[in-house]
Design a protein around this ligand. Structure first.
Ligand SMILES: [Zn+2]
Length: 149
């Protein structure tokens, strides 16, 4: 019988979440999230993190505060993750591609829903839609978590 070596798995060391304070270089206000610092720089100081002036069109992107989640690009999210967890560039890039792929899958899912459920729908359309959704969910749930191991 082969010997089994028991070792405790070491987690890679990473800075704990949200302890990193990011200070504005113009007015020393601090932020826990990089996106919020970038938004502050854009709206208050009209520049980016490299202190380069920001165009009105780019500033517009930061203005819709309440719709922040929709406004954030995959790159914004990957940048924020990379800065929070001190990730190397390759990992940041891989995450950006992952986020992009997840968003593409989400868009595809939404367009399937729209196609399956026309605006001028009948009771029959709705019933058929619910059956299709049920099948889609069962199919998706069959691909369980072993894909992520
Ligand atoms: Zn400032």
């Amino acid at each position: 019988m082969p010997k089994i070596k028991h070792t405790t798995r070491k987690e890679p060391e990473r800075p704990p979440l949200a302890t990193k304070e990011l200070a504005c270089s113009h007015c020393s206000q601090t932020f826990s999230k990089r996106y919020n610092l970038r938004r502050h720089l854009a709206l208050i100081h009209k520049c980016d993190e490299q202190a380069q002036p920001m165009s009105a069109a780019d500033r517009e992107r930061f203005k819709a505060g309440a719709r922040k989640e929709e406004q954030e690009t995959s790159r914004d999210i990957a940048d924020e993750l990379a800065s929070t967890y001190a990730m190397p560039t390759a990992e940041r890039r891989a995450n950006e591609n992952l986020i992009r792929a997840m968003r593409a899958a989400n868009r595809e899912f939404c367009s399937r829903i729209r196609r399956a459920l026309p605006l001028n729908r009948s009771k029959k359309d709705i019933d058929r839609f619910l059956i299709v959704m049920q099948q889609q969910c069962q199919e998706a749930e069959r691909h369980d978590s072993n894909e992520f191991v």
